[in-house]
Structure formats: C-alpha cells, structure tokens
Write a protein that binds this ligand. Structure first.
Ligand SMILES: *Cc1c(COP(=O)(O)O)cnc(C)c1O
Ligand code: SF4
Length: 343
C-alpha cells in the first residue's frame, strides 16, 4: 500500500466508555520479537539469516492468528518470509530507493494523493496490523500527517474541490486499523461530496486479523450510500483459513465487492503452482483476483524481486491454466503514470 505516516504501534482507541473491540486486543498481542516468532515455529534464528538491524529499521509485527497459519519447522514458509527481518534487507542495492513510486511528488492535501485519474487516494492512517518486509512504508517512519490526524476536514475539502474525482480510495497503512467510529466520521463527511460514485478500501486486515470484520464494521459498511469495493492483499493461498473465509462472507453479506491484489515475491509465490493456488483459494473465499503487482523497488526488498521476463512467463503459464477471471492483471507502479502499467 501507500506509505505516508508513522506506523503507530496501536490502533486508534474506540470511543466512549464501551469495552474496546476484541480485534484491538488481538492487535496489541501481535508478536513483535523475531526470536519469539522463531521459537513458536521451532526454528533457529542463527540458521535463518535473521537480522536485528533490519528489525530495528522496520520492526517485526505479526498477529498471532497469522503465525498459526505458518508451517512449524519450515524456514522457507511463504507466510514467514513475508514478515521475518533478514540480513539481506540491509545490503544496499542500486536501483532500489526510498520513495520507489514517487508519492512524495503526488501529495495534494492533507493525506490526499491524486496520482490516479478520477480517483483520490486518502491516506487514512499509517498503522498496519502486520509489517510486510517488501512494503516501502518501512521508510516513512515519521512522515507527513495522515488525513485522520487532521480530523478529515482538509482531506475531504480537497476531494470536494475537484469535480473530476468520483472515487475515493481509502489507503494507508491500513485504513481498517482505524476504529470504526473514526471511519464513520470520515464517510459522514464524504456524504457531502456529491460527485462521489464509489468507495474503495485497500486493506490487509481481513486476511491477517479476520476478527477485524466485526458487527460494527459490517454495519458501517452496509449503511454506506455508495457501492464499495474492498481490495484485499493476500499473497499466498495459505493466508486463507476458515476464519478468513468467514470474514469474507461477512463482507460480502454487507454488500462489498471483494478483489485481491497480490505482490509477486520471490520465495513466496513465484511459481505457477503458488499463483494458481492463490487465485483458486481466493475465489473459493469469494474474492476475485485483480492485480499481480511487480515489486516496488524499495530499499531492503531486493531479495524479493522477480525479473520481468520470469514474471511474464509465470503470467502466461497462469493464463494457460486458469479460467480467465482467475488471472490477475500483471502490472507495475511507475512514478508519474496516471495508472498502473501493464508489463
Ligand atoms: C493501484 C492502486 C490503486 C489504484 O489503482 P487502480 O488501477 O484504480 O486499481 C489504489 N490504491 C493502491 C494501494 C494501489 O496499489
Ligand atoms: S499491510 Fe503490509 S504491505 Fe500493506 S501497507 Fe501495511 S506493511 Fe505495507
């Protein structure tokens, strides 16, 4: 997703005197110590190239329910690889930078990015429930204010002032790391923007912490006046389990269209088998494959990169094997482009 802000260690508190929702407690109980994570999986930190320096630069963070989906004793587990800080991250690589997709230049208001035609990206918060090693959010530890911090006012004013914007995309960080009353504040303000036709949410939370999809969230979702698309970020079939399936069902019952955007990652999903299984598994959960993204060339993520030629070959093989609607579009983000660029 799009970086912009301080990765807060806690989600925004719920309002009023009510007990905080359960998902917030699960959030706070996330594993943050790489040695604890490896201990839970029966793995030896020294044999794995685990790096304290990389963990100091961008901390490990992974919900326990996601850890439970990792294979015990498997150092190559595709879920583990997405979150474990490694020595390889600390090697400087030419061509890999801090602002890989040029968001610094696309800022148009507090937390609002206008880099796609007709769509406004709203950086709702910098928080995430999981820290993914390939994410370039790792390099924006104390950056700009988010739209939420500014009380939404400026962000909504910037959107309202542009008649070309008919879709608002909630991004982050992870927008669903905000408490539901906070989200409702935003969408109440957006109801005053007449040109809006669609709302979109880019989130990894329903996959990594399915408890987030609670009654308060689905009630909020079901009451929105626009069609809502939820773009999930799952990279491997094994990220889905029964709890995730149930969360997806609740989202669909609340009226959302569900899409998946994966990142092509070496050692995680860089085989036809893994990509086909991801498409089939997400569809079984009611989620249509949407994008397969080439990695953004961010410092520390070079070891995840898959060469373009191999990416194209994988994509061709996938298309030869699956129903057309199970084949995601292979794209990359290019700084300054008005949309994603097909490979
Ligand atoms: C690509 C992307 C978008 C917008 O692109 P679409 O082509 O309209 O889907 C929005 N948010 C994020 C996080 C993206 O990666
Ligand atoms: S969920 Fe992972 S990939 Fe998405 S913004 Fe957060 S750290 Fe980055």
């Amino acid at each position: 997703m799009i970086p912009a802000a301080h990765p807060l260690s806690h989600p925004a508190p719920s309002q009023g005197g009510d007990a905080p929702p359960r998902w917030q407690a699960l959030w706070r109980e996330a594993v943050r110590d790489p040695r604890e994570l490896l201990g839970l999986l029966g793995l030896d930190p020294d044999a794995l190239g685990m790096s304290d320096a990389a963990a100091a630069q961008f901390p490990l963070r992974v919900p326990r329910g996601f850890v439970a989906r990792m294979r015990h004793g498997d150092p190559a587990d595709p879920l583990l690889r997405q979150v474990l800080p490694l020595d390889a991250e600390m090697r400087p690589m030419p061509g890999f930078s801090l602002d890989a997709v040029g968001d610094g230049a696309a800022k148009a208001g507090h937390g609002v990015i206008r880099k796609y035609r007709g769509r406004a990206l709203l950086i709702a918060t910098g928080s995430c429930a999981i820290n993914c090693r390939y994410c370039f959010r790792r390099h924006f530890p104390y950056a700009e204010e988010t739209a939420a911090a500014a009380g939404w006012r400026e962000a909504v004013a910037a959107i309202a002032a542009d008649p070309d914007i008919d879709e608002v995309i909630l991004s982050g960080g992870d927008p669903w790391s905000l408490a539901t009353p906070k989200l409702a504040e935003l969408t109440d303000a957006l109801k005053g923007v007449p040109q809006l036709k669609r709302l979109r949410v880019h989130t990894r939370l329903p996959v990594v912490l399915p408890e987030r999809v609670d009654a308060a969230l689905t009630e909020w979702l079901a009451a929105l006046p626009w069609p809502v698309a939820v773009v999930l970020h799952a990279n491997h079939a094994r990220e889905f389990d029964a709890a995730v399936d149930a969360a997806m069902r609740r989202l669909r019952e609340a009226g959302a269209s569900l899409l998946n955007q994966a990142v092509l990652l070496r050692g995680v999903n860089d085989s036809v088998e893994a990509l086909a299984a991801l498409s089939e598994r997400s569809y079984a959960a009611g989620v249509l494959p949407y994008y397969l993204h080439q990695l953004d060339r961010v410092q520390g993520a070079a070891h995840f990169e898959v060469a373009d030629e191999q990416a194209l070959a994988l994509h061709r093989a996938l298309a030869a094997r699956l129903s057309g609607y199970l084949v995601p579009k292979l794209v990359r983000e290019v700084a300054g482009d008005p949309g994603k660029r097909p490979l």
